[in-house]
Design a protein around this ligand. Structure first.
Ligand code: DON
Length: 304
């Protein structure tokens, strides 16, 4: 298996030159574009790793899966989906389009920035507590108490995040979010700056695949219905306005982040973490997509 993973990495290395590091968050430009890593964990306890699997990178939008989970735990499905919709969108992840349309009553889905800012606002807690509860959940699920956030990336996001800020204030004025906007944004910027490795991501993917059971704990953290919601939202919205083609060509419910990570989850089967920081036009890892496509084909993982 490790040989296969190394071969897949090598076969996709040439794609890096067609992509670019995210530059709208200046601190992300420090990443090494040549890094490529994979970790796979299956339900039988097998772990396979290759390349730069232990390299740290910021979780970015992949955190939206975990903030949705925390919001669902805190509020239940009915309440959360009164505030955000379930629907994919053909707009890019950072769009403000439609948020001010007179008939719009909520953002399209929890994977684009506007929906994720709403999700974060629904996590219970005052000030720092909101972020700390989310961080604790991620540490517990990844079974890694050392996970923390990167201060430099957080400050860089905060300093340059005017589009997210504009979106959040617009949503407050339209009644889509309640509470202190800067407080909510602070949690959102921090959650995006959480540092993980492909191993942490494979664990999170396996945890969702395993219907919220952790290897060391008997009882699921929450009910299986939430895992099916998360998986469905990842499959339909996780790769933004590329989600349809991704579903057709890869067929693995996934979530990407502009740090270069892709998290994959295959129900009752496995979790996958991939890292390669050069991005395509949609903000998805360009070589990461190639790797997922090859993995899906070689291991027959397409769930559709
Ligand atoms: O808010 C942002 O734009 C970033 N912190 C996260 C965006 C992101 O990861 C989109 N992903 N592919």
């Amino acid at each position: 298996m490790e040989n296969l993973l190394n071969k897949i990495i090598d076969n996709n290395r040439h794609l890096i030159k067609n992509g670019a590091l995210a530059d709208y968050i200046p601190a992300l430009l420090q990443a090494n574009p040549n890094h490529m890593g994979i970790c796979i964990m299956d339900i039988d306890g097998n772990v396979y790793k290759a390349g730069d699997y232990s390299e740290k990178f910021t979780i970015q939008s992949i955190s939206k899966v975990m903030s949705l989970m925390q919001a669902l735990i805190d509020n239940g499905e009915d309440y959360v989906f009164k505030k955000i919709d379930y629907e994919p969108t053909e707009e890019p992840f950072n769009t403000l389009f439609k948020l001010d349309f007179p008939h719009t009553i909520k953002p399209s889905n929890p994977m684009i920035n506007s929906g994720a800012i709403v999700t974060t606002s629904l996590i219970k807690g005052e000030g720092e507590e909101r972020f700390n509860r989310l961080l604790e959940l991620i540490r517990r699920v990844a079974e890694n108490p050392n996970i923390s956030y990167n201060e430099e990336v957080y400050l860089s996001e905060k300093e340059t995040g005017d589009k997210n800020r504009a979106m959040a204030y617009l949503m407050k004025s339209r009644g889509f979010i309640e509470g202190d906007v800067e407080d909510i944004l602070d949690t959102y910027f921090k959650q995006c700056s959480i540092e993980v490795t492909t191993v942490d991501m494979a664990k999170i993917g396996l945890f969702i695949a395993n219907r919220y059971r952790l290897s060391k704990e008997d009882k699921p953290i929450c009910n299986a219905k939430i895992a099916s919601i998360l998986t469905a939202i990842m499959a339909t919205c996780g790769m933004y306005n590329f989600s349809g083609e991704y579903a057709a060509t890869v067929g693995i419910p996934s979530k990407s982040g502009v740090g270069g990570g892709i998290l994959g989850t295959i129900p009752y089967k496995m979790g996958i973490g991939i890292f390669s920081p050069a991005l395509d036009q949609y903000g998805n890892s360009i070589a990461g997509y190639g790797i997922m496509k090859d993995l899906s084909k070689e291991l027959n993982l397409n769930i559709f």
